[in-house]
Design a binder for this molecule. Structure first.
Ligand SMILES: NC(=O)c1ccc[n+]([C@@H]2O[C@H](COP(=O)([O-])OP(=O)(O)OC[C@H]3O[C@@H](n4cnc5c(N)ncnc54)[C@H](OP(=O)(O)O)[C@@H]3O)[C@@H](O)[C@H]2O)c1
Length: 333
């Protein structure tokens, strides 16, 4: 394929269904100043891609309208002023959009070297989840050694990264999951315990586990139906961090709980953050997490990979929530 000619990408229809995902052609993007062009070998699939396809998560101004928030591949072209990267160098990157395509541009500050020992599929599943868990658990929640963390959706791509980040920081992760198989997997992956939220009330299970004491931080992606219980399980000075609202964003809370136990409520979305903020997170991951990946303490778990033209199957699998960890699209190799 000639750079500058047409490239393949995954398009979707106006109805926003998984069935409408199909291959199409578009011009290969050119890197602007400060950006790199990546020849994409694998692209990670994330829940926000499904929301974008359904019209519920529009790309921020200036971002590619093509799906895809993370890729692994090789540097194909350098934009003006970019230093520190070489043509042909294997990398993975957080991208503002456009990952489900043969070529993709992204700011150079969002690129990381392919971690030692990982293949393209494993590396493609790293950026979105690791940038997100770092920003929320370290920068916002200040999760520290000796603290306890509750992660909802422990077997998700985000959840597995959160379990491992907690362990790297010296904290103890407990998770909620939807099946016994996911519970076993999360415990093997480093969770102290996995609560099956369909079988038992997670707050009651946690109170039993910690003898009524609760946790220091909750990472939530469920939203409204968990609000009251998330507050209930927090200890004094606890932090509740919202990264998603799969079951609703409007809830009612008793403000007395916040006052009485000095609780903090926060949250963030990665995509609209500034390039400078993403670059700072990239630098922290390079220093703290990339060596742990190379040493094998931190792992990337790919549940399944699909050819680009099978994007529909990947989205349908994610919508059924039968996966554990990451789903990846393969474009080359
Ligand atoms: N804020 C950000 O910047 C950001 C960035 C990336 C992703 N996210 C959000 O993070 C979440 C995970 O993303 P992902 O790409 O890793 O998706 P994913 O692998 O599809 O994960 C979704 C998870 O939600 C869990 N879940 C659904 N209902 C639940 C409930 N009632 N209780 C506990 N867990 C429940 C599922 O668990 P079971 O399958 O076990 O039911 C599954 O593990 C999504 O909500 C996504 O929108 C936010």
């Amino acid at each position: 394929m000639r750079i500058g000619g047409p490239m393949r990408y995954v398009a979707y229809g106006a109805d926003g269904t998984a069935a409408s995902l199909h291959l199409a052609e578009a011009p290969t993007p050119a890197p602007a100043a400060g950006q790199v062009l990546i020849e994409v070998h694998c692209a990670g699939v994330n829940r926000p891609d499904i929301m974008q396809r359904q019209g519920r998560y529009p790309p921020p101004p200036g971002a590619s309208p093509i799906l895809g928030l993370e890729v692994a591949g090789v540097i194909a072209k350098l934009g003006e002023g970019v230093v520190g990267w070489q043509l042909g160098q294997p990398v993975c990157a957080l991208v503002p959009g456009g990952g489900y395509a043969d070529y993709c541009v992204t700011p150079a500050g969002q690129v990381l070297a392919l971690p030692t020992g990982l293949d393209m599929a494993q590396a493609a599943g790293l950026p979105e989840v690791w940038f997100t868990v770092w920003a929320n658990l370290v920068d916002l929640a200040h999760l520290g050694a000796g603290e306890r963390l509750l992660v909802h959706g422990g077997s998700s791509g985000i959840g597995l990264a959160a379990i491992q980040l907690a362990r790297e920081l010296g904290a103890e992760p407990v998770v909620t999951v939807g099946s016994p198989q996911k519970a076993r997997f999360c415990v093997q992956f480093g969770a102290r315990a996995a609560i099956e939220y369909r079988r038992e009330d997670f707050a009651a299970a946690l109170e039993q586990l910690y003898h009524q004491e609760g946790v220091d931080v909750v990472l939530d992606m469920v939203g409204a139906p968990y609000l009251a219980r998330n507050l209930r399980v927090l200890r004094h000075d606890g932090r509740l961090v919202f990264i998603g609202f799969q079951q609703g964003s409007r809830g009612e809370l008793d403000l007395r709980e916040i006052l009485a136990r000095r609780l903090h409520l926060t949250g963030s979305a990665m995509r609209p953050r500034s390039i400078a903020q993403k670059t700072a997170i990239r630098d922290a991951l390079r220093e703290r997490i990339w060596p742990a990946l190379a040493a094998g303490r931190v792992r990337s778990h790919v549940h399944a990979s699909f050819a680009l033209e099978q994007a529909r199957l990947a989205h349908e699998l994610m919508e059924r929530s039968e996966h554990i960890g990451k789903l990846v699209l393969r474009l080359r190799g």
